[in-house]
Design a binder for this molecule. Structure first.
Ligand code: H2B
Length: 96
């Protein structure tokens, strides 16, 4: 199974893992919340460890006791959410 760039296969071969670093804990927690909302919709949930400004995700499919397309799909969502958003500084609300 191809795993997305930057993710590594766990020692037990049953998961893919990746760590992220944020400005601080609240940024990390906000990110985790965005991932959680997606996970609920997808009914596929990450295992995660949080330590101040770092998050470590471990993705595995319990039903398959290993890595499936649901894990790689969730990994791609996590990577997409982690990409700097295209938010631009805006003028007043009413301006274009
Ligand atoms: C009953 C429920 O749909 C299943 O337990 C879902 C929930 N979320 C899940 N998340 C993950 N990572 N793996 C699963 O196998 C899984 N199964």
């Amino acid at each position: 199974m191809d795993i997305p760039d930057g993710w590594t296969t766990s020692d037990d071969g049953k998961a893919i893992e990746k760590s992220f670093r944020f400005k601080d804990f609240s940024e990390a927690f906000a990110f985790l919340t965005r991932v959680a909302l997606h996970a609920e919709k997808a009914d596929h949930h990450p295992e995660f460890t949080s330590a101040w400004n770092r998050l470590h995700f471990r993705l595995t499919t319990h039903d398959a006791d290993g890595v499936t397309g649901r894990d790689t799909a969730l990994a791609e969502v996590i990577d997409r959410l982690a990409r700097p958003s295209g938010v631009q500084a805006a003028g007043g609300i009413g301006e274009a």
